[in-house]
Design a protein around this ligand. Sequence first.
Ligand SMILES: NC(=O)c1ccc[n+]([C@@H]2O[C@H](COP(=O)([O-])OP(=O)(O)OC[C@H]3O[C@@H](n4cnc5c(N)ncnc54)[C@H](OP(=O)(O)O)[C@@H]3O)[C@@H](O)[C@H]2O)c1
Length: 127
Amino acid sequence: MGDYFAPLLKKSAGTPRIVDVTSGAGSIGNRMNPNGFGSEFQVIPYRVSKAAMNMVFACQHRGFEADGFKVFLYGPGPTVSNLSPNNAGPGMKPTSVGAAPIVEMVQGKRDGEAGKYLEYGVDSFPW
Ligand SMILES: NC(=O)c1ccc[n+]([C@@H]2O[C@H](COP(=O)([O-])OP(=O)(O)OC[C@H]3O[C@@H](n4cnc5c(N)ncnc54)[C@H](OP(=O)(O)O)[C@@H]3O)[C@@H](O)[C@H]2O)c1
């Protein structure tokens, strides 16, 4: 992924920024906690893909920070979308609310938080 996009982003007139969208479902620490958020969620391929996403983020952040890139890892938490039938139901925040932090990251308003795992509505989240 970085091989293809990084050369293009380096040509940016401004600061190059990447926002990787993860999920709490990819948190190994959370999954190891019997009472962790979403412990009933059994979609293993999705969990694995998001755990891998987290490593992609780590490699992008470490690989590109010297070039001035700002790389973010963001989990929106339960949000209305077409992801699954459950995402239309109760307990889901509006799509615009879940996506708002991404807009701020792209706009450069959260550059100080680059390189961190950011989960909507919580101060810190286990990897
Ligand atoms: N919603 C949640 O509660 C929640 C929670 C945690 C994390 N997330 C993450 O948030 C991100 C967005 O998901 P969502 O909830 O908004 O789901 P969604 O409504 O299903 O949206 C997924 C989007 O990805 C696009 N897409 C899928 N496969 C693609 C491909 N091969 N190439 C290009 N685009 C592709 C889809 O395009 P089309 O519309 O054209 O199919 C759609 O716009 C995902 O990474 C998801 O894991 C969501």
